[in-house]
Design a protein around this ligand. Structure first.
Ligand SMILES: N[C@@H](CCC(=O)N[C@@H](CS)C(=O)NCC(=O)O)C(=O)O
Length: 213
């Protein structure tokens, strides 16, 4: 991924990186979810990406981050990037329905995360919206996700998908904003911890650059 001197992201670089690294089931020590493994010729097992901390904003087609360079192709839109990486890694779901279920979870989480006033400049307005989102909106998300998960290990089917990864990442943002927010959702907390305990994810968390975000 490219980093550029733009305003702070709603997801930290570390969180975004956690979506885009070491995601294949094989590399995670899990059985493959069959769909999306790049067995076709010319399709890289893991996308080659190049990054530059000093890439100028003007070089970005839409002047937004994140972007992912795969060879000579530049992909924008974080969800499209995450879905591409998940597809390459076999983490999108075993069949078309599972893939739609995973997509729906990611889109739902994004809908709620987008309610936060990430770019609001006025502190008083920002605080008021934050309070409203935490009081009236986030409980809907957490209740729904908790019911959806039930007693399953993973959100979709019987193996991890990028929907679980997305939850693990976004739940960090939520708890950074409100440390108590998951206290009443032990199953969702346990899911986040399950993702973070996957051997390759745990290894990456250990070795990744330590940043303030
Ligand atoms: N829907 C896009 C949103 C991208 C976006 O808003 N990026 C922000 C940082 S989180 C940005 O680059 N803002 C700079 C600007 O718009 O000037 C995505 O998910 O990638």
């Amino acid at each position: 991924m490219l980093a550029s001197p733009l305003p702070k992201s709603k997801h930290s670089p570390r969180e975004r990186r956690s979506l885009s690294n070491d995601t294949s089931n094989q590399r995670l020590g899990l059985k493959s979810t069959a769909q999306g493994n790049p067995s076709r010729p010319g399709s890289p097992r893991a996308p080659k990406s190049t990054a530059s901390e000093s890439e100028p904003r003007a070089a970005l087609l839409f002047q937004q981050i994140p972007v992912l360079k795969v060879d000579n192709t530049v992909l924008n839109q974080s969800t499209a990037i995450a879905r591409y990486l998940a597809r390459e890694a076999g983490l999108v779901g075993r069949n078309s329905l599972e893939q739609a279920q995973a997509d729906a979870i990611v889109d739902t989480i994004n809908d709620f995360m987008n309610l936060f006033p990430w770019t609001e400049k006025n502190p008083a307005v920002k605080e008021k919206i934050m309070e409203d989102v935490f009081a009236n909106k986030i409980p809907l998300l957490l209740d729904g996700l908790s019911k959806l998960l039930g007693n399953q290990m993973w959100f979709v089917g019987d193996s991890v998908t990028w929907a679980d990864f997305h939850w693990a990442v976004c739940s960090i943002t939520l708890t950074n904003l409100n440390v108590d927010i998951l206290h009443n959702y032990p199953k969702l907390l346990a899911l986040k911890e399950r993702v973070e305990a996957l051997p390759k994810i745990a290894a990456w968390i250990e070795q990744r650059p330590k940043t303030p975000l």
